[in-house]
Design a protein around this ligand. Structure first.
Ligand code: CP
Length: 359
């Protein structure tokens, strides 16, 4: 195992004061980009993208280039030695010896945590399966701060694939830490928000309602966060097709929305927002993607200057117990030490947060 570094695996590993500092820095970078031109000169950022990406990968790369640093990496594992069977541990170990900061996206839940165990530089989670996407959340927080001027007292509607949408999980967890936010969770029965995220809302005394109608929810919202149905996370095409067109935001539905409601979407968009909505001044999803560069500049700068050290694993193994999440990285990379947090009959996998029954 490596020694600890200031990794960003889950935003909730850091206090809210840390998020606020990054958001403030992102705001300053947006307004004074000339002050940050060469602050990362000589530094190298590696992007290991085991899963497709447009915004996250390129906004990270743009961010590092604008800070004066350099970039290496792959965006398709089949053109790297992963194709020859190299495991995550070895790839991480080697690439972290070439770079100062490592950005990883992976289809398996808990993969960023697993990479952080052997990395010799800080690791940033750029999306691990359907689990978390903390840098999208920082992007969303900066967007809300810039466009709604607050991160509290908001009624936020989240619509679509709340089960598999990692951006939704990270955003709910983060916004529940600010006072008086109310979540309207709009989904079908099969795509509801996972229990572990709802638990965070409950622990933070956040009001949330689970509903199925987008039309009926619209009039009450300050923010509508639309999401794509995550085709790649479904077991079969049939199951995906059954969900695919349930929610489509169009101009007619927008007539029911408040004049100052904003529409966000982490993108990519498929069919869930009609193209005609792009001309509505409340549609801010392209601006949101642009904010992703400023916040990632702020994040890279902060992490490279941070002295914070995280322990590798804080949980414990249980003899013969494996994570019950079939998409958990520990079920693919078998050398990884199993680790579970909590006490009693139900514990949580430290990599993917899946609840595991011990008996
Ligand atoms: N929002 C987001 O993660 O987009 P990409 O998949 O294009 O990186």
């Amino acid at each position: 195992m490596s020694k600890g570094f200031p990794h960003l695996i889950d935003l909730n590993d850091y206090p809210i004061s840390w998020w606020n500092k990054i958001i403030k820095l992102g705001h300053d970078i947006k307004n004074n980009p000339q002050d940050y031109l060469d602050v990362c000169k000589g530094k190298i950022m590696a992007t290991l993208f085991y899963e497709p990406s447009t915004r996250t990968q390129m906004s990270f790369q743009t961010a590092m280039i604008r800070l004066g640093g350099s970039i290496i990496g792959f965006d398709n594992p089949s053109t790297s030695s992963v194709f020859k069977g190299e495991n995550l541990k070895d790839t991480t170990k080697v690439i972290s010896s070439y770079s100062d900061i490592l950005i990883i996206r992976h289809p398996n839940e808990g993969a960023a945590k697993a990479a952080s165990l052997t990395s010799d530089c800080p690791v940033i989670n750029a999306g691990d399966g359907g689990h978390l996407h903390p840098t999208q959340t920082l992007t969303d927080l900066l967007t809300l701060k810039e466009e709604k001027c607050r991160l509290d007292n908001l009624v936020i509607g989240l619509c679509g694939d709340l089960k598999n949408g990692r951006t939704v999980h990270s955003l709910c967890k983060a916004l529940s830490c600010y006072p008086n936010n109310h979540f309207v969770l709009i989904s079908t029965e099969d795509l509801k928000l996972p229990a572990y995220v709802k638990d965070v809302l409950t622990v933070n005394n956040c009001k949330f309602t689970e509903v199925s109608s987008l039309e009926e929810s619209l009039p009450s919202l300050d923010v509508l966060y639309m999401t794509r149905i995550q085709k790649e996370r479904f077991a079969s095409e049939e199951e995906y097709l059954a969900e695919k067109d349930t929610y489509i935001l169009d101009r007619k539905k927008m007539l029911r929305a408040p004049k100052d409601m904003i529409i966000l979407h982490p993108l990519p968009r498929v069919e869930e927002i009609a193209i005609e909505v792009d001309d509505d001044k409340r549609a801010l999803y392209f601006k949101q993607a642009e904010y992703g560069v400023y916040i990632r500049m702020a994040l890279i700068l902060t992490i490279l200057n941070s002295k914070t050290i995280f322990p590798n694993l804080v949980g414990q193994p249980y003899l013969g117990v494996a994570c019950s999440n079939p998409k958990c990285i520990t079920n693919y990379e078998h050398y990884l030490p199993k680790s579970f947090r909590g006490i009693g009959d139900i514990v949580e996998c430290e990599y993917c947060d899946e609840r595991v029954l011990l008996k």
